[in-house]
Design a protein around this ligand. Sequence first.
Ligand code: SF4
Ligand code: SF4
Length: 182
Amino acid sequence: MVKDFFSKLIPTELFKGMALTGGYLFRRKETVQYPEQRVEPKDRFRGMFGYDVDRCIDCSLCAKACPIDIIFIADHTEVEEIDGKKKKKKIIDRYDIDVKRCMFCGLCEEACPTEPKSIWLTTKTYETATYERNDGLYFTKERLMNWDGVLPFPGVVPPDKGQLPDDPTGRKARESQAGDQG
Ligand code: SF4
Ligand code: SF4
């Protein structure tokens, strides 16, 4: 009874709320002034796809691993003569990903057997906004490599300019170079 009386007289809950709010005044600010500032995604972040047609061995394991079948691969075989010997060579005609349907599970990347991976999502890049999602978010192999219509995260180059799957900003390479020299 007395407790109820004093709790009505002194608004302790209000002070608790104000103390909590006040505490945030002195904490590090999480807000950034986008797009002038950008928060760098973690290394494991899955965003825009990277693809390297030269590394790709056309095994289709990525397409088979995709649970919603949005990777489309088509190829043809050519015969080439090397040192007088005829060799069959697969040519990739089509490697498309319907990114607007993607759930970024990363199973395609996991299934890819090449080292480094030929398909990867750890690009730190997420700015793929478009006014028309059917065409804009349907990526052919050319667009997966040159990132036409994609704004790369600062410091990241498109795959056809030499981006590496596990080091999109080139930081690890620079650090290991500095370590070797030091
Ligand atoms: S990340 Fe996208 S394309 Fe890759 S397996 Fe998952 S749903 Fe398919
Ligand atoms: S799993 Fe890798 S190597 Fe095989 S087709 Fe897909 S991207 Fe190419």
